[in-house]
Design a protein around this ligand. Structure first.
Ligand SMILES: Cc1cc2nc3c(=O)[nH]c(=O)nc-3n(C[C@H](O)[C@H](O)[C@H](O)COP(=O)(O)OP(=O)(O)OC[C@H]3O[C@@H](n4cnc5c(N)ncnc54)[C@H](O)[C@@H]3O)c2cc1C
Length: 405
């Protein structure tokens, strides 16, 4: 028989959505257990963007300065190199936020920071190497989760089960929640190349004839994301590593003297991209948030912010009631009602970006900039629109959930 535990709220997944929700529930004195299947947060397939709206939340929580003491880069203007033209895409300096920049910080530092703060609350528990493998039911009502741990199986019962387990969510699947797929015509190849002193100083995006290479500065190496047509990895492999290295250099010439570090396909990981959304984000005693409710593409670099905003709305709407017992399905639906509209808007924008900017489905003449980029180049004021969309997003959340005092 598996060991049995009981708590008020169990959160599956220690990503941005799960850790922020866990922190906020604990801050509101709600007993909460966050389950993370990995042993640590050190995985390289994580985006590194901490958005101005998230930094605003850190300020409201009172730990912005401490957070920004950690190594990070502040990017005030996003630029891309498009078919050889450098184009400013977004200008964050006019945003109505305290931090007028995107902080690029390895996501494991962000998650470690949040978990350290959360552990200061006695009602918070983070269990690493705890993988949810199933839900438990009492007839139609979800009652808890079954968890695989290094020492055997555990069953954790809770008044509320939150799925924050990302785009391959088991919570969503086992709860039988129906998903709408919007199709993503791209996948991403994810790999590391070392950094050298004379390299450009900030993270970069290189577009070329509908293809895209993104370089994230991670201190002593570049995390490279190479966007490919969905299902195209086998063809790339058939063409061989030499050709692949050549492709990378054709985007970012300064990598020429070290692209040979990519000397084995095992160093190049395929990350599949999806865009989908649940029709219902909840059922009795269960709610999905973040990518578990709506898988986001990397396009625009907004999924992390959206996941965090979901977590804030969840705590705002549920924490007070959850302190004293279970919440109703009507309460859970309020979270979807609040967060579905911004999600729809961003996903529509991501589909547009896939179709028009990164897959080359809408062709443009070689060496001529698509009109969107030309407008951004000519009219600096227009750069405030993507800055707002990326940096803050539609319907930003503020904290209303009670604190632990
Ligand atoms: C290649 C790629 C690059 C991206 N880059 C960016 C970017 O730069 N900026 C940006 O804003 N967005 C980016 N995104 C989107 C972003 O990663 C997601 O939108 C965001 O991570 C969602 O956060 P989340 O907390 O909902 O889920 P996740 O970040 O996926 O976290 C889910 C967590 O749950 C854990 N988990 C999963 N299953 C279980 C289980 N059964 N039991 C226990 N734990 C489990 C996982 O280990 C993980 O820690 C990118 C997406 C892709 C595919």
């Amino acid at each position: 028989m598996p060991e049995k535990l009981q708590t008020r709220c169990v959160i599956t997944g220690g990503g941005p959505a799960g850790m922020m929700a866990g922190y906020l529930f604990a801050r509101a004195h709600v007993p909460v257990v966050v389950l993370e299947k990995h042993a640590d947060f050190f995985r390289d397939f994580r985006g590194d963007t901490i958005h101005p709206s998230t930094l605003e939340l850190m300020y409201e929580l009172g730990f912005l300065d401490e957070f920004l003491n950690q190594p990070h880069q502040e990017v005030r203007e996003l630029r891309a190199v498009i078919d050889g033209h450098t184009v400013p895409l977004a200008d964050f300096t006019k945003l109505p936020t305290r931090c007028k920049f995107i902080a690029f910080m390895p996501q494991w530092d962000f998650l470690n920071f949040l978990s350290t703060r959360a552990k200061e609350f006695p009602s918070f528990q983070l269990l690493m190497q705890h993988e949810v493998i199933d839900l438990t039911f009492d007839e139609q009502r979800v009652t808890g989760v079954r968890v695989k741990t290094p020492t055997g199986e555990v069953e954790i019962r809770a008044d509320l089960i939150i799925g924050a387990d990302g785009r391959h969510s088991i919570v969503q699947a086992r709860a039988g929640l129906k998903r709408q797929e919007f199709g993503a015509p791209i996948d991403v190849l994810w790999m590391r190349v070392s950094k050298q002193q004379n390299d450009p100083k900030q993270s970069f995006g290189f577009f070329q004839q509908g293809k895209l290479l993104v370089l994230l500065d991670r201190g002593d190496y570049w995390q490279c994301g190479f966007v490919i047509p969905k299902g195209g990895f086998d063809e790339i492999k058939t063409r061989g590593l030499g050709q692949f290295q050549y492709d990378i250099v054709s985007f970012a010439g300064f990598l020429r003297n070290r692209v040979a570090e990519l000397d084995d396909w095992s160093k190049i990981k395929l990350l599949t991209v999806q865009i989908n959304r649940l029709r219902d984000w909840c059922r009795d005693r269960l709610l999905c948030i973040g990518d578990s409710a709506h898988a986001m593409s990397p396009a625009g670099g907004v999924g992390i912010n959206l996941a965090i905003q979901d977590a804030v709305a969840t705590a705002n709407l549920l924490a007070r009631k959850l302190r004293s017992g279970a919440v109703s399905v009507e309460d859970l639906r309020k979270v979807q009602a609040r967060r579905e509209w911004p999600t729809r808007l961003i996903q529509t924008m991501q589909v547009f970006i896939h179709r028009n900017l990164v897959t080359g489905q809408t062709s443009h003449r070689k060496n001529s900039l698509p009109i969107v980029f030309r407008l951004l180049k000519w009219f600096p004021v227009l750069r405030q629109i993507p800055a707002r969309f990326i940096g803050i997003g539609p319907r930003p959340e503020r904290f209303h959930s009670p604190s632990a005092e």
